[in-house]
Ligand binder design. Structure first.
Ligand SMILES: Nc1ncnc2c1ncn2[C@@H]1O[C@H](COP(=O)(O)OP(=O)(O)OP(=O)(O)O)[C@@H](O)[C@H]1O
Ligand SMILES: CC(=O)N[C@H]1[C@@H]2OC[C@@H](O2)[C@@H](O)[C@@H]1O[C@H](C)C(=O)O
Length: 374
């Protein structure tokens, strides 16, 4: 099938869209992708919606700015798909399915609650293409973590590579997550801790720019090791996988331990970057075997300071996704195209080793386009 995957991640920087050809088990082609950045007003609306989501108790609640944000991002996802189809000279009849992740506004699997806003039916009608959405709901409903979902996709891609096992695929988005693969065993996976979210929030506050471009501020700063150790003392980092996180889970805890207000912009960026690197590495002792190969994707792959710290702690080279023929920017979008096809075929998306459920489980909700009245 030919699918377009859509991801609007926890960094809230924009929508990634990418084309993929797959049967949901193997990947025959990773096609082009694009990013439709959110403008400042949409970002502000999403930040407001996330704040209002703290009051959500049921999946369908849309208090405050959530309803407006949901409608806005649905329209923008339609624009992203159209832009990608235009670039590739494709029409809706060339696409079998769109995988629509939506925007996570709250993730509390302990309370069996995870909400990705996005109107699947409206997007299917808008594009005249079937849409699969709500990928996390089924897993969380039976007590799973609901995240990460990409491991089964990483597994399909890594099968085609010849790298020393175990192979770890690391995604550094707002939150960081890792998939560890060895032979045909189910992938071991979890969120490891903050990815770029804390660095982004700190940089935005200090400089007005949303991230530490190429890790330059961190490269000029000094890491304060003691408070980093205090952050690592949080029980999340010694809990075995599977485990998942809400974007803002560690914001208050880390701010308290690091006393950021007393640090220069450079030292603060360096220390937060070390928190990301060390919390990723903290997974290794919790695994059956240390990964021999590391592949990194997500926006954090564009931060050389973070990658250098990671290589130093892991003692292994960390390859960017591009080095194995994938795209660091489009990988999650490709994943949701792949997962949409798996969902249509009723194949499992999550496993006991990825989200903690009792048995492999499919997921996603299908929306067929309704015929427009003439
Ligand atoms: N050139 C760069 N230099 C430094 N950091 C960068 C650069 N480009 C992107 N990033 C970081 O990557 C982030 C975006 O990453 P990405 O798009 O993978 O996240 P996401 O998909 O929104 O998050 P998640 O995977 O948690 O859902 C930015 O917010 C920024 O922190
Ligand atoms: C609840 C939620 O949206 N989680 C995201 C987030 O961003 C990264 C990490 O935390 C991961 O667990 C997940 O996204 C990826 C795409 C996943 O589910 O695999």
């Amino acid at each position: 099938m030919r699918a377009i995957g859509l991801m609007s991640g926890t960094s809230m920087d924009g929508i990634d869209a990418a084309l993929i050809e797959t049967d949901g088990e193997t990947v025959s082609w990773l096609g082009s992708g694009l990013t439709l950045p959110y403008d400042a007003a949409t970002r502000a609306l999403l930040e407001g919606a996330m704040a209002d989501a703290r009051g959500v108790n049921a999946r369908d609640d849309r208090p405050g700015r959530l309803a407006e944000a949901e409608s806005r991002i649905t329209t923008l996802h339609g624009e992203a798909v159209r832009a990608l189809m235009e670039t590739l000279r494709l029409t809706p009849s060339d696409i079998d399915v769109v995988g629509f992740h939506g925007q996570t506004v709250i993730h509390r699997p302990d309370a069996r609650l995870t909400v990705q806003i996005g109107l699947g039916q409206a997007l299917a009608d808008d594009l005249s293409i079937p849409v699969v959405a709500d990928f996390r709901a089924a897993d969380v409903a039976v007590g799973g973590q609901g995240a990460p979902l990409v491991p089964v996709f990483h597994q399909a891609l890594v099968r085609a590579l010849e790298l020393p096992a175990p192979v770890a695929v690391l995604n550094i988005g707002g939150v960081a997550n890792v998939t560890v693969l060895e032979k045909d065993a189910d992938p071991i996976a979890c969120d490891t801790g903050p990815g770029n979210a804390l660095i982004d929030d700190f940089m935005a506050e200090r400089t007005g720019r949303p991230y530490d471009e190429s890790g330059r501020a961190a490269a000029a700063g000094r890491v304060d090791e003691e408070p980093v150790k205090a952050v690592l003392a949080h029980p999340f980092f010694t809990a075995p996988p599977p485990k998942s996180l809400d974007r803002n889970e560690f914001k208050a805890f880390v701010a308290e331990r690091l006393n950021l207000s007393g640090l220069s912009t450079e030292d603060g960026a360096a220390t937060l970057t070390a928190v990301t690197a060390r919390t990723i590495a903290a997974l290794v002792p919790l695994l059956p075997r240390a990964p021999q190969s590391w592949i990194v994707a997500g926006g954090g792959a564009r931060n050389p300071t973070l990658l250098t710290m990671l290589e130093a702690i892991l003692g292994r080279p960390v390859r960017p996704a591009e080095a194995v023929g994938w795209s660091a920017d489009a990988l999650e979008a490709h994943a949701f195209g792949f997962l949409a096809v798996r969902s249509l075929r009723g194949l499992p998306l999550t496993f006991p080793t990825t989200t903690g459920i009792a048995a492999p489980l499919t997921g996603g909700v299908r929306f067929s386009p309704r015929l427009r009245e003439m």
